[in-house]
Design a protein around this ligand. Structure first.
Ligand code: C5P
Length: 297
């Protein structure tokens, strides 16, 4: 018997970042939107813990106990007093180290898959608790849809979404490390008085209305200058997408994936074609949000 869970990627339609806290994390006002790019995590009984991965970026995925999927299995097993004897296979479609919460998706997926496989019967609250221990973006991968994350980004309030948002994602030739991007944010803002991060009412209103033009005007990512400083070529990708008719272009989370909001599905497909031919990125994908969170398939 095995259990497969499908988990979406995310884009941040608002990422407001506060000053570094004493623990090194940053307080955020993080508006997550789940989009229809998915990883699938399959849990199968095994002697001991094993992780395998397949997909275009599989060679960049660690298969040891640092993998968030492995850490999720260990965390759940420990809480329930048994050993994590499971083979976790990740069918990876979300870009690795791309700012789309691919690792977090695998953590949330493994947690839900092991819970079902082992018949743990963990409550939603317990699962969310374990997710928050695993990483700041992991609770959102479980929940999906759209949500405001405060604190490190792990304290979620689900948000209303009034219609489909069509996106194009340009995948970069290399990854960016999230801690490195936050460190660059600290360097760029040294001596600057950073306001408390707060959710943007225009962003929440545009999501609730399902209005891509309004969302395009309102969305903002405070990590974008830091990502561009570490990866200046991303400016060319952003410019190519804007010139192709995107309503807006921004770095997804800590990057380096760039995200382009389109008016509709047809426009997304046109923008994707132009970006593919532009020579400014490794690959191009289209996706729709809001997508459902981690789901047993
Ligand atoms: O929580 P997670 O392990 O996913 O975070 C990865 C890294 O990103 C942290 O070690 C930290 O450097 C940075 N981070 C941060 N503030 C947040 C979330 C992440 O500085 N709110």
């Amino acid at each position: 018997m095995s259990v497969t869970v499908r988990v979406p990627a995310k884009v941040n339609v608002q990422l407001a970042v506060g000053a570094a806290r004493p623990d090194g994390y940053h307080d955020l006002a993080n508006v997550f939107l789940a989009v229809s790019l998915y990883d699938e995590v399959t849990a199968t009984p095994a002697d001991g813990l094993r992780v395998t991965c397949a997909g275009p970026d599989a060679d960049q995925v660690p298969l040891d106990r640092t993998n968030l999927a492995a850490r999720a299995a260990v965390a759940l097993a420990e809480r329930h007093g048994h050993t994590p004897d499971v083979h976790l296979h990740i069918a990876k479609d979300i870009p690795v180290a791309g700012g789309m919460a691919g690792g977090s998706a695998d953590g949330a997926g493994a947690l839900l898959a092991c819970d079902a496989l082992w018949g743990t019967g963990a409550s939603r609250a317990e699962l969310l608790d374990i997710c928050a221990e695993l990483g700041s973006d992991v609770p959102f991968s479980l929940v999906g849809g759209a949500a405001l994350g405060i604190g490190r980004g792990e304290r979620l309030t689900e948000l209303e979404v009034g219609g489909d948002f069509h996106w194009v994602f340009a995948l970069a030739g290399r990854g960016l490390s999230t801690p490195a991007v936050f460190r660059e944010f600290d360097r760029l803002t040294e001596g600057v008085d950073i306001p408390e991060p707060a959710p943007s009412q225009p962003v929440l209103a545009a999501l609730a209305k399902g209005d891509p033009a309004a969302l395009a005007v309102a969305c903002a990512n405070d990590l974008q200058p830091a990502a561009l400083a570490l990866f200046p070529e991303l400016s060319d990708t952003l410019a190519a997408g804007r010139a192709a008719g995107a309503l807006t272009a921004l770095v997804s989370g800590s990057g380096p994936t760039t995200a382009f909001l389109a008016l509709d599905a047809e426009s997304a497909s046109d923008i994707a074609g132009v970006l593919r031919a532009s020579g400014t990125c490794r690959d191009v994908r289209t996706a729709v949000g809001a997508a459902a969170g981690a789901t047993v398939v």
